[in-house]
Design a protein around this ligand. Structure first.
Ligand SMILES: [Zn+2]
Ligand SMILES: [Zn+2]
Length: 285
């Protein structure tokens, strides 16, 4: 039997970054410290089924490490860098596995888009031919209950739209925001509300402030904006995410260092990084 403190230690939400790069996979030697795979983050309560946010190319390695029969996949949106790894996600082919796909769009539209990716001439195996059972759901404002947590979607500003998620466990809150450009007052206010007092905020930080003027309207934020959002929303830790495909390791490290000067609990997400988000420490102070 575990004692109380060990129970605290095993609570919260376990977060694993499998792909942190934006736009396109970037397998270059000078980007390997943070990693070249695109958007994929695993979140789970200890011992519960995994929730996967996006299936960029990082999802391939995640699939090789999973043996649970049930997986819940949530999509920010369906740009290539967020779906491209799905055909190589091993659990999809396991007989006996159930994959539940969810996005803030009608279930039929989500299914059609994912089927399209896995069809001739793009891929040799179609989605209906895989061994696992695939289910499709629409995430609505009220949120979705899955694997012991509540997942609440909220809209972001991005070409063709994107969705952020607030992931609520009884003892931890993680917020996943990728492919979001600040600047729409109404959307920004709603985003800030959903970030309030999160234990971990994962946030699009693709651009340097000096790059932003030339990339306005492309649908991404600067690291400065991510820092401001985290600080104003009172979050406990910030993970900068969706690194630019040309951002070298030394440059990402420099961004993280500058971010820490403004908001101390800032890090740059890197492939393989695991964080346990938990409210317990705060409450017992
Ligand atoms: Zn993206
Ligand atoms: Zn996008």
């Amino acid at each position: 039997m575990r004692n109380g403190s060990e129970d605290n230690h095993s609570g919260g939400l376990e977060v694993t970054f499998w792909g942190v790069r934006g736009s396109i996979p970037s397998p270059r030697p000078d980007l390997m410290e943070y990693g070249g795979n695109t958007s994929c983050v695993e979140v789970r309560r200890p011992g519960a089924a995994p929730l996967v946010f996006d299936t960029g190319t990082g999802v391939r390695a995640l699939g090789q490490n999973l043996d649970e029969p049930a997986v819940h996949i949530f999509y920010s949106h369906l740009h290539w860098d967020h779906i491209q790894g799905l055909p190589f996600f091993r659990p999809l082919y396991d007989r006996g596995s159930t994959i539940t796909f969810c996005a803030a769009m009608p279930a039929a539209a989500l299914e059609a888009a994912l089927r399209h990716q896995m069809s001739s001439p793009y891929f040799p195996v179609t989605l209906p031919e895989v061994g696992g059972v695939c289910r499709f759901n629409q995430a609505t404002e009220d949120g979705v209950e899955a694997a012991g947590v509540r997942v609440v979607p909220f809209p972001l500003k991005h070409p063709s739209g994107s969705t952020g998620y607030r992931i609520e466990a009884p003892d931890a809150v993680v917020v996943f925001i990728t492919d979001h450009e600040h600047g729409d007052r109404e959307i920004d206010a709603r985003v800030a509300r959903h970030c309030r007092e999160a234990d971990l905020l994962i946030c699009d930080a693709q651009y340097l402030p000096s790059e932003y003027a030339a990339r306005r309207g492309w649908g991404h934020s600067t690291w400065e904006h991510a820092v401001r959002l985290a600080s104003e929303a009172g979050v406990k830790q910030l993970a900068l995410f969706h690194h630019d495909p040309d951002r070298k390791d030394a440059e990402v490290a420099q961004i993280a260092s500058e971010a820490r000067e403004r908001f101390e609990p800032s890090i740059a997400a890197r492939e393989g990084l695991q964080i346990r988000a938990c409210r317990a420490a705060k409450e017992t102070r």
